[in-house]
Design a protein. Structure first.
Lengths: 114, 114
DNA sequence: CCGATCCTCAACCATTAGGTTGACAATCGG
DNA sequence: CCGATTGTCAACCTAATGGTTGAGGATCGG
């Protein structure tokens, strides 16, 4: 857990584009070639290829060159890092929900918040 | 849950910079002014102010103008959205761990892969 | 009222992002 | 060997990022 600084950057950046998130979603179902990944997208193959490279540099996708086609495979480990980072804040949004819940359960007359 | 398309983009993009993640981390402890948030960073106040604006546009931070200072408050709800998006993939990295576990349990003599 | 403080805004700059097109390397199917 | 398929690469464009500086608007402390 050392080289996290720039790594987390690249993972979140990779997730910050709908086309790339969609790619990940389809790779979750099964391995796909670059062409397969590009097909449903409204952009050129070269553009989609760049998106795959972004995912690759973030460690979210690995590639196996099989003849003339490049088969992409989901590499979920970096997602776990991002998940872990967000997990720290889980307490804050659940607290928010708890506070909301408390508003409905607590007698307003007893309210003595800090 | 409708306007998710560009919203998730902006949240992940906001998280894709260490300075902004650090800001969120310190806001988790308590509300801070823009100057407080800028102080530990190696950049100008104006630059830090822009980062705060990015967090604000992503809905991660709200601002209360108190006199001449702008007090920032952590707004964790969008983090929950990002967390929920990642949660879908949790199954894949835990599966990976299960597969690894299986490797250690299987008799190596039965290994028949290439 | 006056100076210091807090912060935004505008202008500017360099780099990256995201997209296009065209050329080409490599492979597969005959 | 030849043509079609698959994908990258290079060049180019526009727009967005991330940073700087300088100016100035409010506001607070006397």
């Amino acid at each position: 857990m050392v080289e996290v600084r720039g790594h987390v950057d690249s993972v979140f950046h990779a997730l910050a584009h709908n086309a790339r998130r969609e790619m990940l979603g389809r790779l979750a179902v099964g391995d796909l070639t670059v062409g397969d990944l590009a097909a449903p997208l409204t952009m050129s193959l070269a553009a989609a290829s760049k998106h795959v490279q972004v995912l690759e540099r973030a460690g979210l996708v690995s590639r196996t060159v099989a003849g003339r086609r490049h088969v992409c495979h989901l590499e979920p480990a970096p997602l776990a890092s991002a998940f872990a980072w967000l997990r720290f804040y889980e307490r804050y949004w659940t607290e928010r929900l708890d506070a909301l819940d408390a508003l409905f359960r607590v007698d307003p007359a007893q309210e003595k918040e800090s």
